[in-house]
Design a protein around this ligand. Structure first.
Ligand code: ATP
Ligand code: MG
Length: 563
């Protein structure tokens, strides 16, 4: 109940501004750098920016913060747009920081003319040393007092390509003793002879993030520029630029970034996992990327609900991965069609079932949704059941099948195991049992009960499939933390992928496929394999070869193992 009425601090700020008439409607933006695929942390930011605008009747821009040509690529631009749309959000318009390069250049000239920026010839190292420390003031650059004319001339020549990379920079002239290090003559422009994914070879000087970000917000009239906490010390600098230039005042608000245990979220590290083949790609189902979650079988609703659920914090915290899985379980429980699939099959023969007989039994598609109806599942004398569902000599608490014990085959009959066949090594190759024809549908007319219900597939009708079982990509809770001489790669879980090649599925699953949703985005079909978990189709499947990914188990098995 509380969740519906209580507001987070951003909502309070927005409501206050609307009430006081500071703005008539709000405009937020999501500003990814197109240097990688979006991850679950970005998802949080997307849900927040788009969610707030939606809630208060405002709009959201998508802005690519593309000020660093070396790492950026149109592949990333495309994937980012697809992921945002798949999550269920639409932007008002798309912008690129690079669209503002001309404007930013003109503003830099304005600042030079006001005596608030200068060209510095020091090396990167000299500049770094000159900045001082938190406890010691910095030193003025020997180039700090160049005349406005000289600065204008040098800056133009920087732009014209007369200097090599790193030879000069443009710096704001503020205060080398300022208590906020960001104000110690921050760099505004650097020389970089590199082609940009949009502006090509037009520029060889590029604005620094800190010089571009606030002004980009201002150009777009962003009312609430929402970003993560680490940028709070940059805010006064953004405000300084805006004030000196006398341009539209955009405001920045910071919230705590999303951290989740057992995963890494820096794009640099994710890129390394991809480049060095620790995973199969950005959309590997173990990756914390949005496309990875999509391939894993996550629904947009489950990701949005997760982000809503964890709320907006002003202090850093770490969210348990289990909450993400629970969010998926909650949603799939409501929407996933139930099917029967045997992942580790063993043959079960019903000796007293007439040879050659086949019948169709009625199975419920989704007990949570009556409208999903029922389907017919073929039954015959020879079936497959899970190897783990049988024990020759079972302990007392084993409620599945064992010699002399009766169990229910889901939607079918009661069966009692009688004997087993074994190969030379002693492995069970076949279980023989008898059935009670009076129990058709799964209940005994005499009211007798059984403790266990097993899923099964008819051997003759079964379809073969490959099933991929995933575990966490990292074995440790905080994979970013590695001992001396080790890296996050040493924390990878060696058993994060297990491939089963010989799975037997009920024939209805032969129709399973990848689907293209109403937005034209390919995504998997999702199912609950009864008793086994949630599974979805994988894009690796092709005609005649079914591939499924396990999205998550039915219950939180991890908690049990560690608990
Ligand atoms: P990374 O550190 O993974 O490279 P980034 O912050 O550099 O991420 P950007 O493309 O600059 O990536 O991020 C776009 C937006 O998403 C920014 O507003 C950023 O604050 C936000 N964002 C990134 N990571 C998270 C996170 N873990 N939680 C919440 N918001 C995030
Ligand atoms: Mg960034």
């Amino acid at each position: 109940m509380e969740e519906n009425t209580s507001r987070n601090f951003l909502e309070e700020i927005i409501e206050q501004g609307l009430a006081e008439g500071t703005y008539k409607s709000i405009l937020t933006r999501f500003p990814p750098e197109p240097n990688g695929y979006l991850h679950i942390g970005h998802c949080k930011s997307i849900c927040l920016n788009f969610g707030l605008a939606k809630k208060y009747g405002g709009k959201t821009n998508l802005r690519f913060d593309d000020t660093n040509p070396v790492k950026e690529d149109t592949e990333y631009v495309d994937s980012i747009q697809q992921d945002i749309r798949w999550l269920g959000f639409e932007w008002a318009s798309v912008h690129y920081a690079s669209d503002y390069f001309d404007q930013l250049y003109e503003w830099a000239v304005v600042l030079i003319k006001k005596g608030l920026a200068y060209v510095d010839d020091q090396t990167q190292e000299e500049i770094r040393l000159g900045r001082g420390t938190v406890t010691e003031p910095g030193k003025n650059s020997p180039y700090r007092d160049r005349s406005v004319e000289e600065n204008l001339d040098l800056f133009e020549r920087m732009k014209n390509g007369e200097f090599a990379d790193g030879e000069k920079v443009l710096r704001a002239k503020i205060d080398m003793a300022h208590p906020n290090m960001q104000f110690r003559d921050p760099i505004m422009y650097r020389i970089l002879h590199a082609d940009h994914h949009r502006t090509g070879s037009k520029w060889c000087i590029y604005p620094m993030y800190d010089y571009a970000h606030g002004q980009s917000d201002s150009i777009e009239n962003i009312t609430h520029s929402i970003c993560t906490l680490e940028f709070d010390i940059h805010r006064p600098l953004y405000d300084w630029f805006i004030e000196q230039l006398g341009i539209w005042p955009s405001h920045q608000y910071e919230f705590a970034r999303l951290n989740i245990n057992y995963t890494v979220m820096s794009k640099r590290k994710l890129l390394q996992l991809v480049k060095e083949n620790y995973v199969s790609g950005w959309d590997d189902p173990r990756m914390p990327t949005i496309c990875g979650f999509r391939r894993r079988g996550y629904t947009p609703e489950s990701l949005r609900n997760f982000c809503e659920d964890i709320g907006v914090a002003k202090r850093d915290n770490i969210i348990d991965y289990v909450r993400l899985e629970n969010s998926l379980r909650d949603h799939l429980n409501k929407v996933a069609q139930r099917r029967m699939a045997v992942l580790n099959p063993v043959k079960l023969v019903i000796d007293n079932y007439p040879e050659g007989q086949e019948e169709m039994l009625t199975a419920v598609n989704n007990p949570e949704c009556e409208a999903d109806g029922t389907r017919q599942v073929p039954f015959s004398r020879e079936l497959y059941i899970e190897r783990e569902d049988f024990m020759e000599e079972a302990p007392k608490k084993f409620f599945r099948l064992s010699i002399g014990k009766e169990v229910r085959l889901r939607y079918a009959y009661f069966v009692t195991a009688q004997s087993v066949e074994k190969d030379a090594e002693g492995n069970i190759t076949c279980i023989h049992c008898t059935y009670d024809p009076a129990t058709r549908g799964g209940d005994a007319p005499d009211g007798r009960k059984v403790k266990g219900t097993l899923h099964w597939v008819s051997a003759k009708h079964a379809v073969d499939a490959e099933v991929r079982l995933f575990d966490r990509l990292f074995a440790t809770e905080a994979p970013d933390v590695a001992p001396e001489g080790k890296t996050f790669l040493d924390n990878l879980n060696p058993d994060s992928l297990k491939v089963l090649h010989n799975c037997k599925l009920e024939p209805a699953l032969a129709e399973a496929k990848m689907v293209v949703n109403e937005k034209g985005i390919e995504e998997p079909q999702r199912f609950q394999f009864e008793r086994m978990g949630y599974f979805c189709t994988d894009r690796d499947m092709n005609d005649g070869h079914l591939v499924f990914n396990r999205s998550c188990s039915l219950k939180d098995t991890w908690a049990k193992i560690n608990g």
